[in-house]
Design a protein around this ligand. Sequence first.
Ligand SMILES: [Zn+2]
Length: 246
Amino acid sequence: MSEYIDQKRKTLEMIFKTAISTDSRIVEKIKNMIAQGATKKEILNRFEDIMSEQYDKLFSTMSVYKAKELKAIGVDIDKSKTKAYLLNRFIKNTSEGFPHYEKIPHPQIIVDHYQEQLEKILTDKTTLSGVKKINEELEELGERRIAGTILNTEQQRINRQYEREIVAEEIQTELYLYEGPIIETSREFCRVHVGQVKTENGWNSLDNGAGHPGPIMEYAGGWNCQHMLMAITQDMRDRYEEEGII
Ligand SMILES: [Zn+2]
């Protein structure tokens, strides 16, 4: 496997794991605040900050992974600029309000929804038995993974936007390779398209059949899809074909 592809797969895996563990980290932080005697108001006030910290951490990590990816093809990229791009992309995506999501909430709604759930769980005066109950309900809130699918889908989307807006520009190409491992639960659309190369328009003219109306270039196979639309040059394409990678 080419080191470039390998690094990109590592980024995808990292994003997937981060999305899944986000809820439990939030729950841990709230539990700690309760243990330290924080009031309901204090916890709710801190909540947006806790979420922001999580995103900040994710985008810092992502920018390190992104730098490693490009290093594999000899391109140096500024980590702090990458992080700023990712953060701005996230803010832009969120503020656009995701018109194509009707049933599924976008990240800001997740924040609001989580906050609403917290309001219900937390009591103004916590007794010892109250704390126990709150802890149990918090665990349940984490387990329900309210944010998991959406966070993962949206984080992978930002990863793909970066590919189109930064990498394709950097290496001067209009070609994108559908890349990523095929696992037991991989969708038919992904199975069929892994290893194929098309232009942005070529990809966006397809329908992934996953009921996700967003463009393929941003959502690939749809919810939770861990596949990549990887910008590659014609030279890279030829080489990957020669080496039997695609
Ligand atoms: Zn997929």
